[in-house]
Design a binder for this molecule. Structure first.
Ligand SMILES: CC(C)(COP(=O)(O)OP(=O)(O)OC[C@H]1O[C@@H](n2cnc3c(N)ncnc32)[C@H](O)[C@@H]1OP(=O)(O)O)[C@@H](O)C(=O)NCCC(=O)NCCS
Length: 379
């Protein structure tokens, strides 16, 4: 494929290649994966100014090896080498990603593309997205999801892009990826608030949150914290993850229940481990029934000790109103501080209309640090 000519810099030729899975990060064919990780790093620096959210090489390689619950495809845009030689990681200027769930939501596809900032507006994003969407359509998928980050939400007096939910605003001048997707027929369904909590939280304040929540929850509820989730708890955790797929506000996104079982939890944890990720999880047990009533996890990345991600937090509907959301979060923060005192910050995402979860996070000290559009296209 050839980029449009006529403008500086010199016209360059490039191609789109599909990338197959490689068994390890040091495999000879892993150059494309190194290129993808480098593009992701450049995209994150350009969008957010830091690389905490950039996918590592290990995460990208491992993600492609775990396709038990989703068929995945990766594409790269690669510069043609003047010497006609084999491409290297430095020749990768963009990537496309496609995931097709296997068991549930089989009408949907996740599509994402990223292009190195120094190669944008030359049709590379379009070519990658065309390729991924075509593969999704060929597989019979009719609803496509994508997402795009902005460094902040729009100020009051700023031109803004607003989602179908009407809640949350993206700054029109700093939402290039969203505008790219809008141009492809996607609509903004939701805006998610990205938030950051500077760590450690004052231990006295945290102890107060925990004590208040425990007093309200009473003796019927008991918390358990682990790194990795013991097998006996996989059924209960599976129930929480099933409810995560339906109980979290998702606007008009055409996404139904993902039913989890213990086997899926096992695969999920194996995928995390192979990706160099660890989960620190607090679950709350309803002692009289033995039911897992709720839980929360931090995701820690090997070799990146300064930050964690606040992952799924959920309390089952039948157990709401007992401060369990605050309880599991306060306990998990206390455990994180005890085990990993060097952690400097936690990142999280919440739908702007998820008032309850945002309320807990704001009380704990999370502050807005960015925004993300959840976009959808129906064929
Ligand atoms: C979004 C992204 C992939 C676009 O890559 P690209 O190679 O520049 O895309 P293209 O050159 O094919 O752009 C096609 C059209 O999209 C629109 N577009 C792309 N970037 C835009 C921007 N920053 N602002 C407004 N419109 C934009 C334009 O209409 C453009 O056509 P034009 O250049 O003739 O005006 C790239 O900016 C990127 O990597 N962003 C960060 C990742 C991201 O947000 N991805 C989400 C989208 S799935």
């Amino acid at each position: 494929m050839t980029s449009p000519s006529g403008s500086a810099p010199e016209p360059t030729t490039w191609r789109i290649l599909e990338v197959t899975a490689v068994p390890s990060t040091d495999h000879p064919d892993a150059w494309a994966y190194r290129g993808i990780a480098a593009v992701d790093h450049a995209v994150e620096i350009a969008t957010r100014g830091y690389d905490d959210l950039a996918r590592t090489l290990q995460q990208v390689v491992s993600g492609m090896l775990h396709q038990e619950y989703a068929h995945k495809q990766r594409f790269v845009a690669v510069l043609d080498r003047a010497d006609g030689g084999t491409p290297t990681a430095d020749d990768v200027i963009g990537y496309g990603f496609l995931a097709l769930t296997r068991e549930h939501n089989t009408h949907t596809a996740d599509v994402y593309v990223g292009v190195r900032p120094d190669h944008r507006r030359r049709g590379i994003g379009t070519a990658l997205a065309d390729r991924a969407e075509q593969a999704a359509a060929d597989a019979g998928r009719t609803t496509f999801f994508t997402w795009s980050a902005s460094p902040r939400e729009a100020a009051e007096d700023e031109e803004a892009l607003v989602p179908a939910t009407g809640v949350g605003r993206l700054p029109a001048s700093a939402a290039g990826g969203t505008r790219f997707a809008l141009g492809r027929g996607y609509t903004i369904e939701q805006v998610e608030r990205m938030s950051r909590l500077d760590l450690p939280v004052d231990p006295g304040k945290l102890a107060e949150f925990e004590a208040e929540a425990r007093a309200k929850a009473g003796d019927d509820y008991r918390t358990h914290t682990w790194e990795g989730i013991p097998e006996d708890w996989h059924d209960g955790y599976a129930q929480l993850m099933t409810r995560m797929s339906t109980d979290v506000p998702q606007g008009e996104l055409d996404f139904g229940e993902e039913t989890w079982d213990a086997e899926r939890v096992r695969v999920y944890l194996a995928d995390r481990a192979d990706s160099g990720e660890r989960l620190l999880t607090t679950l709350v047990e309803h002692v009289p029934s033995g039911e897992v009533a709720g839980g929360t996890s931090f995701l820690l990345l090997d070799g990146k000790p300064s930050f964690v991600f606040q992952e799924e937090t959920i309390v089952l509907k039948s157990h709401r109103g007992h401060r369990l959301g605050m309880l599991v979060k306060a306990v998990n923060l206390r455990e994180l501080a005890a085990r990993y005192p060097q952690t400097e910050r936690a990142h999280t995402f919440n739908a702007e209309e998820n008032a309850h979860m945002l309320g807990i996070n704001v009380a704990l000290g999370f502050r807005p640090s960015g925004a993300e559009a959840a976009l959808q296209k129906r064929l």
